[in-house]
Design a binder for this molecule. Structure first.
Ligand SMILES: Nc1ncnc2c1ncn2[C@@H]1O[C@H](COP(=O)(O)OP(=O)(O)OP(=O)(O)O)[C@@H](O)[C@H]1O
Length: 605
């Protein structure tokens, strides 16, 4: 049993590795779908192999029966026929390759699609525990190496076996003694290959693993580029990268050195075999037990015989690395999504907007509770504000409501039902989110707003932008709604991005809304616009606001003060001020800060 390691030593769930046969069987399940093309390809392989065997046979006949008796016309006739045979071999070999590349590319397309679909079903918990570059490497490198193996190896392995059997039959029918001499070399060759393959396999695994790590590192340093530059950590990153890079060089070198050794060793044995055949052939001819034609045929046959055997070991080598890759792909495919719809999951039409957290406990990791006994209820249309120091658990509460994670204990109900009873996709569709740093996809502004509801018309998109107060600035962009967004929205300001997110949410027309208020300072006029947009958006809908500036939530129906994962105070703004507790302190410290800022501004002006 060939047990694969956990992915790069990351602390994800340890997945049982597939054994080699199991992995091959699963690849076969994918290839099976292209049965007709596979059969055609096999047919072409058989034809081209048979033609390949016929060639040397003809050479022997031409020698013994036409060249030696000096039958020139007959020689020319047969040589022309031989040429035809070789041309046909080329055509059928090409056909077989063409067919197999088609089968392979289709197989790989399906596999890649399944893997990507799988990614969509996996929860944030899964992605939390894996380096993204490692996952990307599974969709790209691992699948690529499988593609190489399938498009080349499968047919070649088949044709090699066929060639070996066919040539053996031809050799025995020509001269059994010479055939036995030729075959004697095989065991030595097999043994050498087997040893080298066993040795190379572990190097290939290591190379694949190091490549995944390198990708993970590159991914992280590109997405974290801003922070790296900001803290002047280029040098540190560079040093770490050169370590990872060097490890990959080392393991790739080891893998390639070992695999590069296979060819020359086999060639050497091959030539040794050839010399032996010629030597024995010459002795037999002198004794009248063979002919020159037979030796000529055998020289070609022995090459044709050894080449596939040589190839077989190389092909298996390639397979080693492909299977190691495929194993890593299937490993992801076998992840059981920890969030699956129940069999009788309730289809969500719309929500009234009743939300109830009933003694909810939650932790991202076992034994590390984050939320403790969260208990509150919200009526339809109410606005709830979550406030509290950083890291207190506000976002975590929202993550549970979006069902990115499931509660550890307690219950979370929407419209009186446990949210685990609803169809996940429907649930998320009916909950809209406006984050302070919205992810924008590459595409136009129009497309990005339409992401809220794909079937919306241009007019509806523009109407939503108007409601969100985004229309004003979009209108003034050089290409208006057709302005392209570059790298996640870098060409827009944070305020502009948030206005787009509001427009998107208006278009989505969700029943429950989650708003993550911007922390960074946005100019006053944009902020007023955002506030206007948000007010229109939240009208009549249950909404949750993660608030950083308490000024903006004075009108909330319920304010929850979260501290260290617990609700320590709750009520309206007035009620909480009267309590003179945590909220009161927070409010006054922010208020004092604001007064200081405005006093300073007054002095400066
Ligand atoms: N994916 C995660 N895996 C493990 N721990 C996490 C994860 N996300 C958050 N935490 C931890 O959970 C705790 C609460 O985090 P949370 O993001 O809910 O805080 P928050 O109140 O929203 O903070 P902020 O105001 O800074 O956004 C923190 O201690 C944080 O370290």
């Amino acid at each position: 049993m060939n047990r694969a390691r956990g992915p790069m030593g990351f602390s994800g769930p340890v997945v049982k590795a597939k054994d080699r046969t199991g992995t091959i069987k699963r690849i076969w399940l994918y290839m099976e779908k292209q049965k007709a093309q596979l059969v055609a390809s096999i047919l072409f392989v058989i034809i081209s192999t048979l033609l390949g065997i016929l060639g040397p046979y003809l050479i022997g006949i031409i020698m013994d029966e036409y060249i030696i008796p000096r039958d020139i016309a007959g020689t020319i006739r047969l040589l022309a026929f031989l040429a035809l045979v070789y041309i046909a071999t080329v055509v059928f070999t090409w056909l077989q390759t063409f067919m197999m590349v088609r089968v392979s590319l289709q197989t790989i397309r399906n596999l890649r699609q399944d893997l990507f679909d799988k990614f969509q079903t996996l929860s944030l918990r899964f992605f939390d525990s894996r380096a993204h570059g490692d996952l990307m490497s599974r969709v790209t490198n691992d699948i690529d190496s499988l593609n190489n193996a399938l498009s080349q190896s499968v047919v070649q392995i088949f044709s090699s076996v066929l060639m070996v059997v066919g040539v053996a039959i031809a050799m025995f029918s020509l001269n059994w003694l010479l055939a036995i001499v030729t075959l004697l070399v095989i065991p030595i060759m097999m043994l050498a290959s087997k040893k080298l393959i066993a040795y190379s396999s572990k190097h290939f695994k290591k190379r694949q693993k190091d490549l995944g790590e390198l990708n993970g590192f590159i991914e992280e340093s590109i997405s974290g580029n801003e922070v790296i530059t900001l803290f002047g950590k280029e040098g540190k990153f560079d040093r770490e990268f050169s370590g990872v890079n060097e490890r990959l060089r080392h393991s790739a070198m080891a893998a390639d050195t070992v695999s590069g050794f296979l060819g020359p060793v086999n060639n050497f044995i091959n030539n040794l075999g050839l010399g032996l055949v010629i030597l024995v052939g010459a002795v037999l001819t002198v004794k009248g037990m063979a002919t020159v034609g037979i030796i000529a045929a055998f020289v070609t046959y022995s090459r044709q015989f050894f080449r596939p055997i040589n190839q077989l070991s190389n092909l298996f080598n390639m397979f080693q690395s492909a299977i190691a890759g495929a194993e890593r792909v299937f490993e992801v495919m076998d992840e059981t999504p920890d969030m699956v719809d129940k069999k009788d999951a309730v289809v969500v039409e719309s929500f009234r907007g009743d939300v109830e957290f009933s003694h909810v406990h939650f932790g991202y990791e076992k034994g590390k509770p984050i939320l403790k006994d969260i208990h509150f209820a919200v009526k339809p249309g109410q606005k709830v504000a979550l406030v509290g120091p950083t890291g207190s658990g506000k976002t975590t509460i929202i993550n549970l409501l979006m069902r990115f994670y499931d509660v550890t204990a307690g219950e979370l109900k929407v419209d009186g039902r446990d949210i685990r009873d609803y169809q996940l996709s429907g649930l998320r569709k009916k909950i809209g989110v406006v984050l302070q740093d919205t992810f924008l996809f590459s595409g136009t502004i129009m497309e990005n707003i339409r992401y809220g509801r794909l079937e919306a018309t241009d007019e509806e998109v523009i109407a939503a932008a108007k409601m969100a107060s985004a229309h004003q600035y979009i209108k003034h962009l050089p290409d208006g709604y057709q302005t392209r967004i570059t790298s996640g929205g870098a060409n827009l300001s944070q305020g502009q991005r948030q206005l787009l997110a509001i427009a998107r949410a208006i278009l989505a027309d969700s029943d429950i809304l989650i708003l993550d208020e911007a922390t960074s300072s946005i100019d006053t006029s944009t902020e007023i616009e955002i506030q206007k947009g948000l007010n229109r958006l939240t009208e009549g809908r249950t909404s949750f606001v993660i608030a950083h500036r308490l000024k903006t939530i004075e009108n909330a129906d319920l304010i929850l003060v979260i501290h260290l994962g617990e609700i320590i105070e709750s009520g309206t703004h007035e009620e909480l001020l009267q309590k003179k507790g945590f909220y009161f302190e927070m409010y006054h410290s922010q208020f004092a800060h604001l007064q200081n800022v405005s006093a300073q501004e007054a002095v400066e002006s």
